[in-house]
Design a protein. Structure first.
Length: 198
């Protein structure tokens, strides 16, 4: 069995690999875009234990490791850094430090949601962002109407309110802005149709 300390970056990873049978430690840098990392882990006898800090944009790697039958532990980045005694950090030292924490059973492992849970979370975050965008667009339209003396508040979103606002005479670029904003509101609502809610 092998234990791998992985210092993960978006384009590469620095690893420290311990063969627990021989006690030999190997340091390597693996590229991501050229398939070097995938080839390395594909050739690693399963199940290997791999430890890495919690980082963003690593889902593809987590899925790769799971597919190949290896065990991946993700650790609390702040606790890993806090346990580092040297001030000068390098990728090689970080990988070696993660390996040391794994071997000494001091690795600050955190809970990681399943793929299904992550997918649902992405949907919730996506929906939340869309609602935020729609709210900002409607706020822009309200300001545009208020600056032209039209004070309809929530009634601006009624069929009549929208019609009145669309018929309001505006300067060319203000009219273009109004058209673009109404288009963004309509595109973000169910069926692409503008509703009457705020």
């Amino acid at each position: 069995m092998k234990i791998v300390g992985c210092d993960f970056h978006p384009s590469f990873q620095q690893i420290a690999v311990l063969d627990i049978t021989t006690g030999a430690i190997e340091q390597r840098r693996l590229g991501h875009s050229d398939g070097e990392a995938e080839q390395f882990y594909g050739g690693l006898e399963a199940p290997a234990l791999i430890g890495m800090e919690a980082v963003g944009n690593s889902l593809w790697f987590e899925q790769l490791v799971a597919r190949l039958g290896h065990q991946l532990w993700i650790g609390d980045a702040a606790q890993i850094r806090a346990s580092y005694v040297r001030r000068q950090k390098t990728d090689r030292r970080d990988a070696g430090h993660i390996l040391r924490l794994l071997v000494e059973q001091r690795f600050p492992r955190i809970w990681v949601p399943s793929s299904e849970q992550r997918d649902v979370r992405q949907l919730l975050v996506h929906r939340h962002k869309l609602v935020g965008i729609r709210t900002r667009v409607k706020t822009e339209l309200q300001h545009l109407a208020l600056n032209r003396g039209m004070q309809k508040k929530r009634h601006l979103w009624s069929v009549r309110g929208r019609a009145d606002f669309k018929n309001l005479s505006l300067a060319p670029w203000a009219a273009q802005r109004r058209e673009d904003l109404f288009g963004a509101v309509a595109a973000g609502e169910p069926g692409g149709e503008a509703g009457s809610g705020c």
